[in-house]
Ligand binder design. Structure first.
Ligand code: GMT
Length: 374
């Protein structure tokens, strides 16, 4: 098949998932065309069968806000026509679903029908999309998609709850390439972070409010008071300065490392003993699944789709949003001795296999094939 994929090219989970899906489809022999405003971060090496089409947004002195959605829809039309795409798969509803609707209408006038698949990822529904300045367009363009998928049951329910969706939403859960994350720790790296054999706690995100970064630091403080530990914070975003302030206030500057955005998550996760994700909302929690695939147990909140990946008492634990005390105690329970930690590590890795890429990509292929038969 000739497949177009539209996504955010940044470090966010939706862009990561869309890029990994495109790469996997290309490996299976499909021609994949990424349409984004910059090179997706996980599209960092040459891949046969993969093309990348950049969306350029010309500016003009009149524009306080350059019309990205118009540029995106026009680029979609151009790429679909010139590469004879069979279908277009957009990830994250805003503004990809409405731009795709526009492109579809333009092409229909020219006699070409292009099926649109919209995959809902999370904040496009639970946070941003619900804002009344976006909601009518989001609702309309989701309903106009030829197929709608959501990355968890929880997100599917949220979408029906908050929007007037008249079509079936198919759940295709996020996936991870288990073979990529199954790596041995680099000893020198582990020694650098935890020179005296301290436990390594980790978090990776875009440091937005929804991730509750202060909870992570407070959980770490309680753990470190009992078990000598280090905290690695991977990523960057608006909450980082406040997080640095909190570390200074709590006198944790030597124990907490801010390592910024990183591409080689498999090497970084390989040295972790525990991953923390106490988010306010989380439609799925791909970062936690990648940690589990690396054999790292997770302590998370019980928000949204986290309940669908984290098995209480097996792959880690869950606490209520904001319940720092409980999550710290859960972390201590996991980290307290080598035997317990190893059991959690093994179960996390085993459970992640259920979400292996090899089980999930065929579900998207089947969906595409069914649409093309219509
Ligand atoms: O978590 C973020 O802020 C990034 C966001 C995105 O769209 O890139 O992530 C969402 O999509 C991921 C991939 O499907 C999910 O794993 C995340 O749970 C979801 N984030 C939220 O719901 C907050």
């Amino acid at each position: 098949m000739n497949i177009g994929i539209v996504c955010y090219p940044t470090f966010g989970g939706s862009g990561v998932l869309a890029t990994e899906l495109g790469k996997a489809l290309a490996q299976k022999g499909h021609q994949v065309h990424f349409i984004t405003y910059s090179q997706p971060v996980r599209l960092n090496s040459f891949q046969p069968n993969v093309s990348y089409h950049e969306v350029h947004v010309p500016t003009y002195p009149l524009f306080d806000f350059p019309p990205y959605e118009t540029a995106l829809a026009s680029t979609m039309v151009d790429v679909i026509k010139n590469n004879n795409l069979d279908l277009l798969h957009v990830h994250y509803a805003i503004p990809h679903a409405s731009a795709a609707y526009m492109a579809k209408q333009i092409l229909q006038k020219e006699g070409k029908n292009i099926p649109i698949i919209t995959t809902l990822h999370g904040t496009d529904i639970t946070l941003v999309g619900r804002d009344k300045t976006y909601a009518p367009v989001v609702t309309f363009s989701i309903n106009e998609s030829d197929a709608i998928t959501a990355v968890s049951n929880s997100l599917r329910e949220d979408t029906y709850k908050h929007f007037n969706i008249t079509k079936e939403i198919i759940v295709i859960k996020n996936f991870v390439d288990v073979s990529r994350f199954n790596k041995k720790p680099i000893d020198a790296f582990k020694k650098m972070i935890a020179p005296n054999g301290e436990r390594v706690l980790m978090h990776a995100s875009n440091f937005r409010k929804v991730k509750r970064i202060p909870d992570i630091i407070n959980i770490f403080k309680e753990v470190n008071d009992v078990i000598p530990s280090r905290l690695m914070l991977v990523g960057d975003g608006p909450e980082r300065p406040a997080a640095e302030d909190l570390c200074r206030e709590l006198n944790l500057c030597d124990e907490v490392r801010f390592v910024g955005r990183q591409e080689q998550m498999e090497d970084i996760l390989a040295i972790a003993d525990l991953f923390l994700l106490p988010s306010e909302t989380e439609s799925f929690g791909l970062a936690a699944l990648e940690a589990m695939a690396a054999g790292v147990p997770v302590v998370t909140s019980n928000a949204g789709g986290l309940k669908e990946i984290n098995v209480q008492g097996e792959t880690g634990f869950m606490g209520d949003v904001g319940d720092v005390r409980t999550m710290a105690q859960q972390a201590i329970r996991i980290l307290k001795d080598e035997h317990t930690l190893n059991q959690f590590k093994q179960k996390a890795a085993a459970h992640a296999k259920l979400f292996d890429i090899s089980n999930v990509v065929p579900q998207y292929e089947k969906l595409y094939e069914d649409l093309l038969k219509k």
